[in-house]
Design a protein around this ligand. Structure first.
Ligand SMILES: *Cc1c(COP(=O)(O)O)cnc(C)c1O
Length: 860
């Protein structure tokens, strides 16, 4: 019928046109598309100078800025010879940096993370984990490591936060305009878009690939929001930490399986595969399958090679913070892998269970632990906490024996020092601070700097921060406050001469943002002392699903509106990297009050430190290691109350006390006619001298190289040589030992006490002897026998604390019969418990936890 509409669908042909730029502007465009500018203030200043208001409106986005230049402005730039010289100079520095070849003496690394905080304009991060990953890439570039990274290009990223006048957080998801970001879509040599496709349910999932140049390092970002995908699949890369568990499963599938597929597609192979948090663990499922399908290895052989080249960094201190998936949900996406790996589906799911064979959910972290030879926490304390948390994975071992290590986090100094302060450091400390920042001796020079000069820069940074607040928050406050004059008062109330205390972070409840507000009367006295003014500035986002965190924000916003606190307590909305960089440099003190031991590391305090700001924090995370006397303040590390509410009360009282009796008096301890306290500046000097050098990203990267990358690469090289000769031997040996393990016969194990005093009991100083006779039957190689001494925990009798592990010596070996003995002096009085542990040994094992067989032997 003629009225039936008839229309076929067009097949659009892609046409890409780029604007034609004069050569010197194309140099600027090249710089704009490499995040090198993020940590090179000269380059930023150059962009800003081209059009300060556009720069400001776009939160410092040079790509957007260049796109918005009018033809007349371009001509103006071309004719300005001084500006041309400046562009040429910066470009030359940029090229000299970029053209350096990576250091091939260090292992190469593929790094995987769900988020990267590189700059506030690239909204692919939410908080600390992402900022750490972003800083890591920048430092890998500065240190010249051969590193490639993989993540997602989120259409909406993490949310923007607005706060209503009654303190409610509103989460706004704004789409990112990819064309106006410092990223580049990847095309192949034929000019076609590079796309990866991976099996997904009953079809293929496609993703476009974008690259972000981070100095000399490349970060590849996957993007599924493309027309080739169905509507449902397009949403996979829409939001960071949004959606339900299924969405999380789909994202982790894409990051792992798609991430490795991408590297394969680009022909990239690295020595080390580093999972930043468990989210990326599925890379190892795909790597296993690749080894099996391409190299003809068995599952177990592939597992040896994959493990030997993998590191898992955990950032979460509590089991609840890890990802767990129902077996059916896991199976829906990963089911096909059982076939590819040549194992049963149950075996596959068991790789993610603390107790194989149980009905536990699939844990990404456990899978990561089972497929990565090494694992680490992110501070000394968090390393210990992680050992406890992961102890159930390795049966037969005590938490403190585990191979789980740590590398304390750090921050990228060139990113997080404000330009004024960076220049100051380069002048007074070292012109090559980029390469010397981790050496404490270099920072000794700070002790000789004139106090006046330090105060001058500190004051500049405070004023700059206040101008920033006025510029960015002024309009909003006027709009939100009903009464514009009140808002203006508020804006003018921020006092650069006051002691400014900052608190900025994710509003997770464990961070205890409310602690300061426990006793409002006492707080009011502190902030309303006109002789010694103090102001608090709070900022932070709560996850949209975290009602508790949003309640905390409301609580603080409500208090900040009370007459006695108006202008004394401020809440800045939409905490992001830009607000962070102003805040951590623009206050005098950085306050952090987490519940111990839930702050795995924390990094904001390190950023503050690098700008001459003092820390006042709970002795948790990095501050447990970082704190020095006369260089900051610490809330005691002793948890004295089981009841968290009582603990909060005590901690709050301690905070008030320290503020009233120590911190505020120190700040205002000014000699006649002076604007500052000499003692305060001495504390700044101490903190920069003795703390700062140990919390740089440079030190952190060096730790990763020395503690993990080098040993992993060395062992991988060894066991993978000759088509994996040693790896194959190891597997053969493991299979053989596992088969024969139950045959091992313990003939006798007994203890003799060499009782000198004749009182039939062991006295300190006397010898005890344990003899063990076994028949190891057909097992090849020696078994290790260890005497394990434990004692019961005073607080929890069911918990055994490891005291000592001592190997027994082989005194006689007759065929398969072995006699072991240990003689040792009793050292500590008290009730101890002893047992002997038998383990198989092989020279190619990296550590005891590498093989799952343990046999406990009772001592008669
Ligand atoms: C540094 C940073 C964080 C991390 O803060 P913590 O101290 O680890 O809580 C979070 N968000 C932003 C925007 C940051 O810059």
């Amino acid at each position: 019928m003629i009225i039936n509409k008839r229309c076929n669908a067009p097949a659009w042909k892609d046409l890409f046109t780029s604007s034609k730029m004069p050569e010197s502007l194309s140099k600027l465009d090249e710089i704009a598309h490499n995040l090198w500018w993020v940590w090179n203030p000269e380059a930023k200043a150059l962009f800003k100078s081209l059009n300060p208001s556009v720069w400001h409106e776009n939160f410092g986005n040079p790509v957007k800025l260049l796109q918005s230049l009018s033809q007349s402005k371009i001509e103006e730039v071309m004719e300005d010879s001084a500006l041309q010289a400046r562009i040429a100079d910066i470009y030359e520095k940029f090229r000299a940096y970029i053209d350096e070849k990576p250091d091939n003496t260090k292992p190469s690394v593929a790094y995987f993370s769900m988020e990267y905080g590189l700059t506030n304009i690239l909204k692919i991060y939410s908080g600390g984990l992402g900022v750490l990953a972003g800083d890591y890439l920048k430092e890998a570039s500065d240190t010249n490591i051969d590193l490639v990274a993989v993540g997602f290009l989120y259409r909406f990223g993490y949310f923007d936060q607005t706060i209503t006048s009654d303190g409610q957080q509103v989460a706004v998801y704004k789409p990112q305009d990819f064309e106006a970001l410092p990223i580049t879509q990847l095309f192949d040599e034929n000019g076609r878009q590079v796309q990866i496709s991976i099996p997904f349910l009953d079809h293929m999932l496609m993703a476009n690939v974008w690259s972000v140049a981070v100095g000399r390092v490349t970060l590849y970002l996957l993007d599924t929001d493309i027309q080739e995908n169905n509507e449902w699949d397009r949403t996979i890369t829409h939001q960071l930490y949004g959606g339900d568990w299924e969405n999380r499963m789909r994202q982790e599938y894409l990051l792992g399986i798609g991430g490795i597929e991408l590297l394969n597609r680009l022909g990239i192979k690295k020595d080390i595969y580093h999972c930043n948090e468990g989210h990326a663990a599925l890379i190892n499922a795909e790597r296993l399958a690749n080894h099996i399908e391409r190299d003809g290895l068995t599952f177990l052989q592939a597992l040896e090679l994959v493990r030997a080249s993998s590191l898992y960094t955990v950032h979460t201190p509590v089991p609840a913070g890890h990802d767990y998936f129902d077996e059916s949900l896991f199976g829906k996406y990963m089911g096909r892998f059982a076939d590819r790996l040549g194992i049963s589906f149950h075996e596959l799911v068991d790789m993610g269970r603390e107790n194989p064979g149980s009905g536990e959910k699939f844990s990404m972290s456990v899978f990561a632990l089972n497929t990565c030879q090494e694992a680490n926490g992110v501070s000394f304390l968090h390393g210990k906490v992680s050992q406890e948390m992961f102890a159930p994975v390795w049966k037969g071992f005590f938490a403190k024996e585990l191979h789980v290590g740590y590398v304390t986090n750090g921050v990228h100094l060139p990113t997080w020092t404000q330009p004024e302060w960076k220049t100051f450091i380069e002048e007074k400390i070292s012109s090559d601070i980029c390469h010397t920042q981790e050496q404490e001796s270099v920072w000794n020079k700070i002790q000789d700097v004139d106090n006046e000069e330090i105060w001058k820069v500190r004051t500049e940074l405070k004023q700059k921060f206040i101008r920033y607040i006025q510029k960015h928050y002024g309009d909003n406050w006027v709009r939100n406050n009903g009464d514009p004059s009140k808002a203006v008062d508020l804006i003018n109330s921020i006092n650069p001469k006051a002691l400014l205390i900052g608190f900025g972070r994710r509003f997770a409840t464990y961070k205890r943002a409310h602690l300061l507000f426990t006793d409002l009367e006492r707080l009011s006295k502190i902030v309303n002392n006109s002789d010694r003014p103090v102001q608090f500035i709070y900022t932070g986002k709560a996850h949209p699903a975290d009602g508790g965190g949003q309640g905390l924000i409301k609580h603080i916003v409500d208090i900040s509106k009370k007459p006695e606190f108006s202008g004394k307590i401020l809440f800045l909305e939409n905490y992001d990297m830009q607000v962070a960089s102003m805040l951590i440099a623009g206050v005098d003190v950085w306050l952090n009050t987490p519940t111990r031991p839930l702050e795995a590391s924390g990094t904001s305090g390190m950023k503050a430190l690098m700008n001459g700001v003092l820390n006042f924090s709970v002795l948790d995370g990095w501050w447990f290691e970082g704190y020095r006397e006369k260089a900051g303040w610490a809330l005691t590390d002793k948890k004295t109350f089981q009841n968290q509410h009582h603990q909060d009360q005590l901690d709050a009282a301690t905070i008030y006390h320290i503020l009233e009796e120590e911190l505020i008096p120190l700040y205002y301890n000014r000699a006649e006619g002076k604007e500052y306290s000499d003692e305060w500046i001495q504390w700044i000097k101490n903190s920069m001298n003795y703390i700062l050098p140990h919390y740089t990203m440079r030190r952190m990267l060096q730790d990763y190289i020395e503690r993990f990358y080098n040993p992993l690469a060395k062992r991988f090289k060894l066991i993978s040589a000759d088509s994996g000769k040693i790896a194959k031997e190891l597997v053969e040996w493991k299979i053989d030992v596992a088969e024969k393990w139950d045959q091992v016969e313990v003939e006798n194990c007994s203890m003799i006490v060499h009782d000198r005093t004749g009182d039939h009991s062991l006295t300190v100083g006397e010898m005890l002897e344990v003899n063990l006779y076994i028949d190891k039957k057909d097992i090849a190689g020696d078994l290790l026998a260890e005497l394990i001494e434990v004692k019961a925990d005073k607080e929890d009798a069911n918990k055994l604390l490891l005291e000592e592990v001592t190997p027994l010596e082989i005194v006689e070996q007759n065929g398969s019969k072995v006699h072991y003995r240990i003689r040792k002096e009793a050292e500590n009085p008290g009730h101890h418990k002893l047992a002997v542990r038998l383990l198989p040994t092989h020279p190619a094992l990296p550590h005891k936890m590498d093989f799952s067989l343990v046999r406990w032997v009772n001592i008669d």
